[in-house]
Design a protein around this ligand. Structure first.
Ligand code: APR
Length: 238
């Protein structure tokens, strides 16, 4: 088995759009319906935890009803010939359900919860407190064994992104970078591709223009399912 080139993928809500999940900033997206500061921020959790819990209950309910799409599947199939790490901003589990084996959730996972008084600096964000809630509803009064209220295992706006260092290492070592389905509006995720070396090609799959100006960028201006087919063809021609 020869050396397998390393592909670092940054995915966003657009890769799950064709599965039927809303994106955040497209028209009709989640942030058209909700103010993220009311349902996905550290202040919101302190002021109105019930509303935050309800928002993520709704996301879990939607996730239960959808399946991975061809883009998720093509990403998983890349593992046959490449060393693939998927750094996703998505909190859904569609990459894993499509078969990807190395998925790093920068912004957390909607199918997981943790006691609200853990996973801070002291805990070094250890995963030991995290439990899988599947697609179940979580409400005020659902307490962890340590007596604390369960909260979504999501990185709220205003909170640190504990896995960013690992993500930077992955992008720094990449032979190929692929960005799919993200508006590149949220840092530090949006800056990850810049850690790849100057010689590393950067492919972007997105039907819309994205705010990235870099000579290395090849923009495949298509939806994720079609764009992934084109990307896989380009890899074969490499
Ligand atoms: N295929 C590919 N890309 C698509 C598709 C599709 N079918 N449909 C939409 N897109 C693109 C949009 O053009 C846009 O560039 O997906 C991107 C979605 O952008 P956002 O809605 O901003 O989602 P994302 O970039 O993942 O948001 C990043 O912001 O609110 C936070 O934590 C949240 O992880 C999220 C982060």
């Amino acid at each position: 088995m020869g050396y397998k080139k390393r592909i670092a993928v940054l995915s966003g809500a657009g890769v799950s759009a064709e599965s039927g999940l809303s994106t955040y900033r497209d028209n009709g997206g989640l942030w058209d319906k909700y103010d993220p500061m009311d349902v996905a921020s550290d202040v919101a959790w302190k002021q109105n935890p019930g509303l935050v819990l309800e928002f993520y209950n709704r996301q879990r309910e939607k996730l239960k009803a959808v399946r991975p799409n061809e883009a998720h599947r093509l990403l998983a199939s890349l593992e046959d010939k490449y060393n693939v790490d998927i750094i996703t901003q998505n909190v859904d589990n569609l990459h894993e359900r499509a078969g990807s084996t190395r998925v790093l959730h920068l912004h957390g996972e909607v199918t997981k919860i943790r006691p609200e008084n853990t996973c801070n600096e002291a805990d070094a964000f250890s995963e030991q407190y995290v439990v899988d809630c599947g697609y179940e509803r979580v409400v005020l009064g659902d307490l962890a064994p340590n007596g604390a209220q369960y909260r979504p295992h999501i990185v709220f706006f205003g909170e640190p992104v504990p896995k960013i260092e690992k993500a930077i290492d992955i992008f720094s070592a990449a032979d190929i970078v692929l960005i799919v389905g993200t508006s590149l509006s949220v840092y530090p995720a949006a800056g990850l591709y810049r850690y790849a070396s100057g010689r590393t090609p950067v492919y972007i799959i997105d039907p819309a223009d994205v705010p990235a100006r870099d000579p290395r960028i090849v923009h495949i201006r298509k939806k994720a399912t079609e764009g992934m087919l084109e990307f896989c063809k380009m890899l074969e021609e490499e």
